[in-house]
Design a binder for this molecule. Structure first.
Ligand code: SF4
Ligand code: SF4
Length: 69
């Protein structure tokens, strides 16, 4: 099953990955990271809908996202 992980401390909350995801499963976390942004994430219940397309990782300007297939 595909899985995405976010290096949340590097995220600047730009939302590019949220827009890019064809399954619309990426959202912003309630918590703040060290930079003071709400980092992008995929919650455990949404992860099962990930198709491993890696659109999110390609769009992220800060290399926050790793996609495993
Ligand atoms: S790999 Fe594709 S489906 Fe999965 S979170 Fe990223 S953009 Fe969405
Ligand atoms: S594209 Fe990268 S920096 Fe922007 S919100 Fe998504 S994970 Fe964060």
């Amino acid at each position: 099953m595909p899985r995405v992980t976010f290096r949340e401390e590097r995220c600047k909350g730009c939302g590019q990955c949220v827009i890019a995801c064809p399954k619309k499963i990426i959202s912003f976390s309630e918590k703040l990271n060290e930079k003071g942004y709400h980092p992008a994430t995929v919650t455990e219940d949404k992860m099962k809908d990930c198709i491993g397309c890696a659109s999110c990782g390609r769009m992220c300007p800060d290399l926050v996202i790793t996609v495993e297939k």
